[in-house]
Write a protein that binds this ligand. Structure first.
Ligand code: URA
Length: 193
């Protein structure tokens, strides 16, 4: 385990643990507040993220930022955002189980340093890896689970919402539930700066 954020990030940026390193422009380590009580986990970088080195900066990211803002959350202020895999899978395919497994220790180490109270998984891939392998995202989004003392919830992936706008109200409901849960469990997420 890496004890400091800098040593962890430095090592992660050099990673060659799986084949995804070959096509990358940037390792997309993560972004946000390193003491956040709420952590969001996506699947893996897309094209824009690979080029810019930051998670969720494409159209899906803009939608995510809007939904976050509606419940007073932002990557600048009070959350941290990371992905299951840190390098872009070719043609945005799902990351393979072996790629997820090769990469997951980086995320484990990030989570160990942040010690979030709530984890929100964005989409099925993250939810299956973090919450439970057989999660049914269409039925179980917005449901809170507890694992190792951390409260977890899955919501629909922003890219899925762009493809299926009719699912947006359901996803927005998840964010409202999240806001309630934050009020219940968190100490400084909604504190004024
Ligand atoms: N989709 C993800 O799951 N993560 C990103 O960072 C961008 C798109």
């Amino acid at each position: 385990m890496y004890e400091t954020w800098n040593s962890l990030q430095e090592a992660c940026l050099q990673c060659h643990k799986c084949g995804l390193c070959e096509g990358r422009h940037n390792v997309v380590f993560g972004i946000g507040v390193e003491t956040a009580e709420v952590m969001f986990i996506g699947e893996g970088p897309g094209e824009n993220e690979d080029l810019q080195g930051e998670p969720f900066v494409g159209r899906g990211g803009q939608l995510l930022d809007k939904m976050l803002a509606a419940v007073d959350l932002s990557r600048e202020k009070n959350i941290y955002i990371a992905n299951i895999v840190k390098c872009r899978p070719p043609q945005n395919r799902d990351p393979l189980p072996e790629e997820q497994e090769a990469c997951i220790d980086w995320l484990r180490n990030q989570t160990a340093l942040i010690r979030p109270k709530i984890i929100v998984c964005l989409g099925r891939i993250a939810a299956a890896k973090i919450i439970k392998p057989d999660i049914k995202i269409t039925k179980e989004h917005g449901v809170f689970f507890e694992k190792n003392g951390v409260v977890m919830m899955a919501t629909l992936h922003p890219a899925a919402l762009l493809r299926n706008p009719s699912q947006k109200p359901g996803a927005f409901d998840d964010f409202l539930k999240l806001r309630e849960k934050i009020h219940e469990l968190c100490d400084h997420t909604y504190e004024e700066a």
